[in-house]
Design a binder for this molecule. Structure first.
Ligand SMILES: NC(=O)c1ccc[n+]([C@@H]2O[C@H](COP(=O)([O-])OP(=O)(O)OC[C@H]3O[C@@H](n4cnc5c(N)ncnc54)[C@H](OP(=O)(O)O)[C@@H]3O)[C@@H](O)[C@H]2O)c1
Length: 367
């Protein structure tokens, strides 16, 4: 197998740029970019990226742009072409039909169903090289790759706290700890998710709506699934999460009688007896094609997720304010007895948002 030449590396750099165009819209799919080089191996004859789930894959779009000029050419693509029939046909078939001679791939696909395209192409006589600019391509798809490797959705836990770490006052009220700009940022964060999860305690205390709104107050066209974790089905029939502004899933225990107005999934109890089995909850979300989820509390449910090792990233909005009393961001059962229990995370970002600060940290647990 030849080693990728300068033209192919340059094309891959371009394909990585193209892939990033799919970032807000490709969910729950990966972002992918592709460039087709003509038979001379260096002239770009087509480009494409994956824009949205259900739409054409990057290599199919690039091949369509190239037309007959792809015959005998090279396709440079950031993720291994899929070999299965999902919502669209297998990309391997499209590459073979186009008469491509060589395929250069950055990242091999870890997906248990969609992966394996490189082998299919090689078996059909196409030259395949993998690993070209793999680090750069993987960085754009980092969250998707983590979720696929973990075999569950990527979980981001978000909270808003005072400087003394409190997420509500002693009476349970929490509106509003952070500023309007920080809350607008939360809507942006929500907009990049497939589901938003809260515990029934938060529904009872705050009656949140959990929708994505634009800065002008309008509801966004695409709304994540709202999920309430509620063993006994205590969500009130008139709760705002049950309106029709967005779809809602109530996760309840076997015997519960939840209110009508939402889809219901029945889950087993957690092994430690603290509510529902959260791994089963994430499986239920995977089954609904939800790959990126935002956990919005409260402290009890966040503790359940953390103790089960199911949080990948934390986004903390911290306001320069003090409450002195009230619940802190998380109640866990496993840590805090001694400094040996401390769990350290990798700081990913620090940003000022209006008068507040946003801290982002990622787990150090290996995938
Ligand atoms: N500032 C913030 O960012 C923020 C965000 C959210 C909430 N809050 C505040 O937090 C308070 C509410 O928090 P909370 O801790 O009482 O309620 P919560 O964490 O929203 O909900 C906890 C409930 O979830 C249910 N649950 C089901 N399975 C669970 C599991 N495996 N692990 C843990 N819980 C499970 C349990 O009720 P069942 O046993 O009935 O199922 C549990 O009591 C309110 O004061 C609210 O204002 C603040």
């Amino acid at each position: 197998v030849r080693v990728a030449g300068d033209a192919e590396v340059a094309a891959m750099r371009r394909a990585v740029q193209l892939s990033a165009r799919g970032l807000p819209t490709a969910h729950p799919n990966p972002v992918v970019g592709a460039v087709v080089l003509g038979p001379d191996g260096s002239t770009t004859v087509g480009e494409g990226w994956h824009e949205r789930a259900g739409g054409p894959h990057a290599e199919v779009r690039a091949l369509a742009a190239a037309g007959e000029r792809a015959r005998g050419g090279t396709v440079v693509v950031t993720l291994e072409p899929c070999a299965h029939i999902g919502r669209t046909g297998p990309c391997t078939a499209a590459l073979l039909a186009a008469g491509v001679r060589r395929v250069v791939v950055a990242v091999t696909d870890p997906h248990p169903v969609a992966g394996g395209g490189a082998e299919v192409l090689r078996a059909a006589g196409v030259e395949v090289e993998t690993g070209v600019l793999a680090g750069e391509a993987a960085a754009v798809n980092e969250d998707w790759l983590i979720a696929v490797r973990r075999g569950r959705p990527l979980v981001t836990w978000k909270y808003a706290a005072t400087l003394d770490g409190r997420v509500a006052a002693a009476d349970g009220s929490s509106r509003w700890i952070t500023s309007a700009p920080a809350r607008a940022d939360v809507h942006r964060l929500r907009g990049a998710q497939d589901a938003i999860i809260v515990g029934v305690g938060t529904v009872l205390a705050d009656d949140p709506h959990l929708t994505v709104r634009h800065p002008n107050g309008e509801l966004a066209a695409l709304q994540p699934l709202r999920v309430v974790v509620d063993s006994a089905g205590r969500t009130p029939a008139g709760a705002r999460v049950l309106d029709n502004a967005a779809p809602t899933l109530l996760a309840v225990g076997e015997g519960a009688a939840p209110p009508v107005g939402a889809e219901v999934v029945r889950l087993p109890a957690a092994a430690d007896g603290r509510g529902l089995d959260l791994t089963a909850l994430l499986s239920a979300l995977t089954a609904r094609d939800r790959r990126f989820v935002l956990l919005e509390g409260g402290p009890t449910l966040a503790g359940g997720f953390l103790d089960a090792g199911l949080v990948d990233r934390v986004v903390g909005y911290v306001a320069p304010a003090l409450l002195g009393r009230g619940p802190v961001a998380v109640t866990t059962s496993r840590t805090g007895a001694t400094m040996e229990d401390v769990r350290r995370w990798r700081l990913e970002g620090v940003q000022r948002i209006g008068p507040d600060v946003r801290l982002t940290a990622r787990t150090l647990e290996e995938v």
